[in-house]
Ligand binder design. Structure first.
Ligand SMILES: *[C@@H]1O[C@H](CO)[C@@H](O)[C@H](O)[C@H]1NC(C)=O
Ligand SMILES: *[C@@H]1O[C@H](CO)[C@@H](O)[C@H](O)[C@H]1NC(C)=O
Ligand SMILES: *[C@@H]1O[C@H](CO)[C@@H](O)[C@H](O)[C@H]1NC(C)=O
Ligand SMILES: *[C@@H]1O[C@H](CO)[C@@H](O)[C@H](O)[C@H]1NC(C)=O
Length: 389
């Protein structure tokens, strides 16, 4: 049964009110979902998605109702859909199977994969729970991934305990991610909050991210990305990279990170590249950043080698240039608060430090700066980073 919302649309137009739910209203319960958290509801989701995606009316909505918990296995929400925008509204909770053996057939390494859907809205205030505990020794499957979903709006949701990355975007430009609460234990491995690659013109704002790995990671092909109002920690900070793995040509540019807090994180503003790669990370700004007991508040690590094995000296590197850090304040857990460990092959150039005040979170300790082949300019910077010039 489909309830047409034409009357509401008419009323909202009459009074010039924004009304986003055009089109038909689908409810997952109409497709035989139990919503008891025990029965496998995968089939209901697949069937409901088929109908939603085949609906030609713009803005038709599939609602996952409040109160209920839906157990679903790996699903491929495949487009293209027939309308220019579809709305997936999660009011309730979606949980993953607890037992990794029932995850067979997981496409593209993601539990919930949306692929080739234009103008997708995913919201509703509900929860996506990956129940990743059983996975944290294996770390293979991301929870929610968007592949080739231009114009995505992902907002107002809770994300819990992903087996691996909580949210991934690839080839999904002109998208907005906002008002999310992403939580996994500090000890859970590889549970990045958000990973972006091969996407441009992305706005990310108003997020609380507490996980065991990067709060946000910007990987190869990320460009023109604004990140504002993020509360990160525990976690590994906001990272550009890692770039240049296995000798790859990687690029990241036009990144603007503003008004973010890091609390108890391993890193604050980080750029990490492997030796032996090529390409560039450039035109990146971190501005108005608050730090509380952060191990590496500002770090460029061009000798990235997480397990410290098989990383001999290489003769090429990703070129890091035009990186600005403005108005940082707070405390560092390590002595080296400003760490610019650049490639011996290509110097980091155009590093700008302006109004930096980072003191130690350990009593009687002083903070310092370290530079290796890094060049730039400083203005009111504590600790002083004269090694840059
Ligand atoms: C990022 O912010 C800049 C300036 O504040 C703005 O011009 C640009 O359009 C924004 N980009 C996105 C993708 O939101
Ligand atoms: C960061 O923390 C300060 C208080 O220390 C708070 O005023 C501000 O709103 C926080 N910013 C974010 C993005 O939560
Ligand atoms: C450096 O990056 C900023 C953005 O962070 C950009 O506005 C500026 O044009 C860049 N400068 C150069 C010399 O490319
Ligand atoms: C690195 O990038 C900077 C800025 O674009 C450029 O001036 C420099 O020539 C590049 N270095 C190499 C080795 O390509």
């Amino acid at each position: 049964m489909i309830f047409r919302k034409n009357m509401l649309v008419f009323i909202s137009l009459l009074f010039c009110l924004p009304y986003q739910s055009w089109g038909a209203a689908y409810n997952i319960m109409q497709y035989g979902a139990k919503g008891d958290g025990i029965t496998d509801d995968t089939k209901a989701f697949e069937e409901a998605w088929q109908e939603l995606c085949n609906d030609v009316e713009p803005g038709s909505t599939l609602t996952i109702p409040l109160v209920n918990t839906f157990l679903v296995g790996p699903i491929n929400f495949q487009g293209p859909c027939k309308s220019p925008n579809v709305h997936f509204e999660i009011l309730g909770t979606i949980v993953a199977p607890e037992d990794p053996s029932s995850w067979n057939g997981c496409l593209a390494g993601a539990w919930l994969l949306f692929a080739n859907v234009e103008g997708l809205i995913v919201d509703g205030g509900g929860t996506i729970d990956g129940r990743g505990n059983a996975w944290w020794t294996k770390s293979l499957t991301n929870a929610l991934h968007f592949e080739n979903c231009n114009g995505l709006q992902l907002r107002n949701l809770n994300h819990r305990n992903s087996p691996r990355n909580h949210i991934g975007l690839s080839r999904s430009s002109y998208s907005t991610i906002s008002d999310l609460d992403i939580v996994a234990p500090a000890y859970s491995p590889n549970t990045d909050g958000i990973d972006i690659s091969t996407s441009t013109q992305i706005q990310i704002q108003n997020l609380v991210i507490k996980t065991g790995d990067d709060c946000i990671a910007l990987n190869n092909g990320a460009s023109q990305i604004n990140i504002t109002n993020i509360n990160c920690g525990p976690g590994h900070g906001i990272s550009i990279g890692s770039l240049g793995i296995n000798g790859g040509y990687n690029t990241v540019e036009g990144i603007y990170v503003k008004n973010c807090n890091f609390s108890g994180t391993q890193n604050g503003a980080r750029i990490k590249t492997w030796q032996g790669g090529s390409g560039y990370a450039r035109d990146i700004t971190f501005e108005n950043i608050e730090l509380d007991n952060v191990f590496n508040p500002i770090i460029i690590d061009q000798h990235y080698c997480p397990n410290e094995i098989h990383c001999p000296a290489e003769s090429s590197a990703v070129n890091v240039s035009n990186i600005s850090y403005k108005f940082f304040r707070g405390t560092s857990r390590s002595r080296i608060a400003l760490n610019f460990d650049c490639s011996n092959m290509i110097p980091c150039s155009g590093i700008y430090l302006d109004q930096i005040n980072i003191i130690s979170s350990v009593s009687d300790e002083h903070t310092t700066a370290y530079c290796n082949n890094a060049y730039g300019t400083i203005s009111s910077t504590k600790p002083s980073a004269t090694c840059l010039s």
